[in-house]
Ligand binder design. Structure first.
Ligand SMILES: Nc1ncnc2c1ncn2[C@@H]1O[C@H](COP(=O)(O)OP(=O)(O)OP(=O)(O)O)[C@@H](O)[C@H]1O
Ligand SMILES: [Mg+2]
Length: 431
């Protein structure tokens, strides 16, 4: 089944697709066993994870005539197109109907999910039930589809396609890099870590954009700095204008941003070693994104421990600036909100401060309970903040070295952080 070679990684989904292909190619074996041959497959998941690629690979493997229905623009009578697709498949059976991005078929001016487009698909699936027609569909969001359309017998196989795992991402990145000229300073593991949790389409775009940066600079090969720039622009939406910021920009302001981001990074690394993937002073002018610190938490961390580390990390930016400059850091609005949200959630729904503060229905408790939770959450916020300041004071050498490297290079990745860590003593902390 050579066609599945285009799908890199995703071995369990490929196995499932092979099984469906085998049923379609060898119906008689299954029918002899008295098995009812599946009639439909639905692939769903976030954009860019390869659903259309997988659907097409299955179609190419079974090599049957196929009829695509896809909504590229608003059409007044889309039901006619649905009808035409099913009729053509029926006339040319055995055949495949391919409904790409099916959840976009309905007109958005409707506010209920039994849209006539879905009712039509359901009716046509039922109409071709006893014919040799197989239906493949893709969708981003199952919530936009009526339950009746999804029931077994209509779509017998419903497969969720998630963003690639670390291992799959490594394979996909390796695949996209295989035809590119890469400089020896590139660390593929560090690049993969930065892209953790992103879709295949995003991986492909970052790698290509890195090549565009290298080409524009007339380099012989793509360097690590090109990957880092492409990653922050594509994945973190940092505009090109910020990346090309001129040297004469107010360095005092950049130093504040460097201490803020280094504060996040140092706290994270002390509590969750090896997790920081990228730190940068490049950002937007908005308070939310003045600089960047991203991490890939240790998968084995217990849930409550991870949430606590997230709280300390959020507070690390403000704590670092206030330790260093003895002034208020007013650029931490979103960090404070994130920390407060996590603390309140641990108190209210996980009962970490006892059942007296526990809410059975989060966000829907009595005013008195809400008030008690808020008081404890504020006190907890203070406690977490003071400890964050201590973590940074005890690890000041590490912090200063990260700031210095950030002022020089503007973007640091996990390799830079590891190198700095190896050059100083890290004081670990118990939570
Ligand atoms: N497993 C994979 N291996 C290699 N390339 C992949 C893989 N998955 C996706 N891609 C590439 O990523 C890009 C997006 O894939 P595709 O269009 O199939 O995504 P999708 O899930 O259908 O997205 P959407 O929901 O937006 O329609 C394509 O260029 C495709 O070749
Ligand atoms: Mg698609």
């Amino acid at each position: 089944m050579a066609e599945f070679k285009d799908i890199i990684g995703y071995s369990s989904i490929k196995k499932e697709l092979m099984q469906v292909a085998d049923v379609l190619l060898n119906k008689e074996y299954y029918e002899k066993l008295g098995v009812k041959v599946p009639k439909g497959l639905l692939l769903h998941g976030v954009p860019g994870v390869g659903k259309s690629l997988m659907a097409q690979a299955l179609i190419d493997t079974v090599d049957l005539p196929y009829y695509i229905c896809r909504k590229n623009k608003p059409v007044s009578n889309f039901i006619y197109q649905i009808e035409k697709t099913f009729d053509e498949a029926s006339e040319n059976a055995p055949a495949i109907v391919y409904l790409d991005d099916m959840d976009k078929f309905a007109n958005t001016d409707n506010d209920h999910s039994d849209y006539e487009e879905f009712v039509a698909i359901q009716a046509y699936i039922d109409k071709v039930k006893n014919e040799d027609v197989f239906v493949i569909a893709t969708a981003n969001n199952l919530d936009n589809l009526p339950e009746s359309l999804l029931r077994a017998g209509r779509f017998d196989r419903i497969i969720e396609v998630d963003t690639p795992t670390q291992k799959d991402a490594e394979e996909i990145i390796g695949h996209y890099l295989s035809n590119k000229k890469i400089s020896s300073d590139c660390d593929i593991k560090a690049i993969t870590k930065i892209m953790n949790g992103n879709s295949c389409a995003e991986l492909e775009t970052v790698i290509n954009e890195a090549g565009v940066y290298a080409g524009y600079e007339r380099c012989d090969s793509i360097k690590m700095e090109h990957f880092l720039k492409a990653a922050i622009r594509v994945l973190m939406h940092i505009p090109e204008s910020a990346i090309n910021r001129s040297e004469d920009e107010d360095t005092e302001q950049i130093r504040h941003i460097a201490y803020h981001e280094a504060g996040h990074a140092v706290v994270r690394e002390v509590l969750d070693p090896g997790s920081v993937t990228i730190v940068s002073t490049f950002g937007t002018s908005s308070i939310r994104n003045r600089g960047i610190m991203a991490c890939c938490p240790d998968k084995n961390l217990l849930y409550s421990r991870k949430r606590e580390i997230d709280i300390y990390t959020s507070l690390g930016g403000k704590a670092s600036v206030e330790n260093k400059f003895a002034t208020n850091d007013t650029g931490a609005v979103t960090d404070l909100k994130d920390a407060y949200f996590n603390i309140k959630d641990l108190i209210a729904t996980k009962a970490i401060n006892g059942f007296a503060l526990y809410s059975k229905m989060p966000g829907n408790c009595t005013e008195a309970l809400d008030e008690r939770q808020e008081i404890v959450a504020s006190a907890e916020m203070e406690r977490y903040y003071l400890k964050t300041r201590r973590i940074l004071i005890e690890n000041n050498e590490f912090l200063e070295k990260v700031v210095q490297a950030l002022m020089e290079k503007k973007i640091l990745c996990s390799v830079d952080i590891e190198r700095i860590k190896a050059s100083c003593e890290i004081v670990s902390f118990e939570l």
